[in-house]
Design a protein around this ligand. Sequence first.
Ligand code: UD1
Length: 427
Amino acid sequence: MDKLKIVGGIPLRGQIHISGAKNAALPLMAASLLASDEVILQNVPHLADITTMANLLMHCGLEINMPVAKTESFGHTLSLKPSGKVETDAPYDLVRKMRASVLVLGPLVAKYRRAKVSMPGGCAIGTRPIDLHLKGLEKLGATVTLEGGDVYVDAPLGLQGAEITFPFITVTGTENIMMAATLARGETKIINAAKEPEVVDLAKFLKAMGAKITGEGSDIITIQGVDQLGGCCHRIIPDRIETGTYLAAIGITNGDVELIGADLDMLSVVKGELIEAGLSFDQTKEGVRVRRTDPQKSLKNLTLKTDPYPGFPTDLQAQLMAMMTLAEGISTITETIFENRFMHVAELLRMGANIHIHGSSAVVTGVERLKGAPVMATDLRASASLVISALAAEGESIIGRIYHLDRGYEMIEAKLRRCGASIERIA
Ligand code: UD1
């Protein structure tokens, strides 16, 4: 199994190209099941999760043209079109690899009136049920049956528009119901909908296919069902979580990097916090230049709480915590979205961080230095926090189980190496 060897202490300098957003690409790929013609997706990142979704969609009957990843090239254009053959199940060996596989439920039921999906796997962060997806589909008239770890969703007469109120915000739940409602009869209202930029990108994509959607990006999304959706061409938005990960890496290493293609409008809360911590941002022609406001000074402590968009993203909690390990004073980070999302803490402690967990909060007391150590990645974003700490730690770190990292970060070693980092993949 591959590992990453990182020798820390080198400030990152240069340029990093921001890839297309994984969490936008996955629902858009699933939504392609709804189209009766070819769909072209541009700026799709080369990632293990994208390959998993492509395999699942090919199993369901899409013909996908996906160029093989070239070394040191970022992003690619995917073509997805119906092959004529249809399978409405998502088998366990594909679903267990990635929770986002559940995104095929809505499109399959909407178009083919039935779906069978194994209960999802993915990152081990909390229990992560899909009850809200299923309750939403029931509201749209489907029947849901659970049997032997599989979920059967049937709507023999097709879906019927309805009002669905989510008791709390769910991103893929909102996406699944929005996709399902595009082909339902009549009007659907999703109340307390997720407002994440990836949800807005999905709505934009569905509208380009002919869907009638209003209110995306607000608490209430309204969908008027249509008879069929056609093909379209769409460019995936930049990855705000990848961007935030590199911001933390630049901050902790006292670097100076231009993030090409970054869109900080999607990260305004994070940007505000990082300015408070001591980073400065200058808009450039192609992106944004990021460095410390005063390179002689340490970073300042922060108090953060994760929240649904536009709040501080849970997917950046681990990375900012890594950065805070070397900040002055005491930082507090509270996780409100997922239980069990502090698995990186034990590994950061091995590198010399001072962190105490009190329920859903982590109290981070800044230390003078981190020391390289062998550590183990536990989930996607936790892995990124270990890379960030290792880049700043004295000496060598070996990070194990980096398959987690490959699920969500396109060419991370190449990108960091181009900015001077000492990082290599070892067998
Ligand atoms: C998406 C993102 C993930 C991110 C998360 C929160 C994708 C592919 N993944 O995950 O990277 O960390 O949003 O921003 O976009 N919940 C239920 N029942 C449900 C659905 C969710 O109880 O049916 C709970 C979850 O356990 C969690 C909370 O709701 O505590 C929010 O989860 P949700 O927004 O659904 O996360 P995902 O869409 O899975």
